[in-house]
Design a binder for this molecule. Structure first.
Ligand code: ZN
Length: 313
């Protein structure tokens, strides 16, 4: 079983203009660096992003089939209180995700993206969970709250009550005006929240990213309810000498355990740099002298996620 625990849909009117204008500068810089091109932000939008528009996730499922990925967790990001509401508001975006998941039953697993400070959020989440079948929460604290702030507690309490996990963005954020607050996405703050709510499973997205992976892995090693996902690590995989990447992977397995680590992409952007098929192969057929057992790789590819998502028979 191969499960990608972190992916987004590309759909029109789901991101507010303020965010797009700033974020594009970051994304186009990263794209140009890895492709050795000099594409303008405008061309990036028109030629790279627009063709990815796929609100019903039909192309996603096709891509999964070609790469041998069985299931994918999908979710939006709730940026609304920081940047202003996108034409399709946060609640409607969650609905969109739940509908895509219904269309591709047994393949896509939708999480609820929510800013805990939103008016009406509790009621909305109750509907999303009970009526729309959404199976987890996605928090992006960079929009301006601390993960261990009491304003978040109701989300953690609901996660405990419903037995569903929290996907927490940990790591960097792109350019934007107003800025996303980097410090709110530090793994340490989510670790404090995870320690306070030991019955809730927390997935630290991007394994803390380049600067904070040690903090994320440290939390996963200390706290039974903390897990990490490997989305965004396609870049080091592609760019670094393979021995360096696999040394890193060996290290984090030795520190936290393969039963705390999950395969993920954060598609669409990272898949432009490293096709899904290739990223899967990095684990099914690792080209390295470092030794990984089949059990470890199977755990990372899907075993850990089955446990966290409650998919075990
Ligand atoms: Zn993401």
């Amino acid at each position: 079983m191969i499960i990608d625990v972190h992916r987004h849909l590309v759909a029109k009117d789901t991101v507010q203009g303020h965010y797009i204008r700033g974020a594009q500068k970051s994304f186009v810089m990263m794209y140009n660096k890895s492709h050795k091109t000099n594409v303008s932000p405008r061309d990036f939008t028109d030629n790279v992003i627009r063709p990815l528009i796929d609100p019903h996730a039909d192309n996603i499922v096709e891509e999964m089939d070609a790469a041998g990925v069985d299931k994918t967790v999908i979710f939006a990001v709730d940026y609304g209180l920081l940047f202003g509401e996108a034409p399709i508001g946060a609640f409607d975006q969650n609905k969109l995700y739940s509908e895509a998941a219904k269309r591709h039953e047994n393949r896509l697993i939708p999480f609820i993206a929510i800013d805990p400070r939103r008016k009406g959020a509790v009621k909305h989440c109750e509907q999303a969970y009970h009526e729309w079948g959404m199976k987890g929460f996605k928090l992006h604290a960079g929009v301006g709250y601390m993960p261990d702030d009491p304003c978040c507690y109701w989300v953690y309490e609901k996660a405990a009550e419903w037995g569903i996990p929290i996907m927490a963005h940990t790591g960097g954020s792109p350019n934007s005006v107003p800025p996303l607050r980097w410090e709110c996405s530090r793994p340490a703050y989510f670790a404090t929240a995870a320690a306070r709510f030991p019955e809730v499973k927390f997935i630290f997205a991007h394994c803390g990213d380049f600067a904070w992976w040690q903090e994320a892995v440290q939390a996963a090693a200390w706290l039974p309810n903390v897990y990490v996902d490997l989305s965004l690590w396609q870049k080091p995989y592609v760019k670094w000498p393979k021995a360096r990447f696999y040394q890193w992977l060996r290290d984090i397995i030795d520190i936290a355990g393969a039963d705390k680590i999950m395969f993920a992409t954060d598609a669409p952007y990272p898949n432009l740099m490293c096709p899904l098929k290739e990223w899967v192969k990095a684990f099914t057929d690792p080209q390295t002298d470092f030794r990984f057992t089949k059990e470890e790789m199977d755990m990372i590819l899907g075993g850990t996620a089955m446990k966290v998502l409650g998919l075990e028979g």
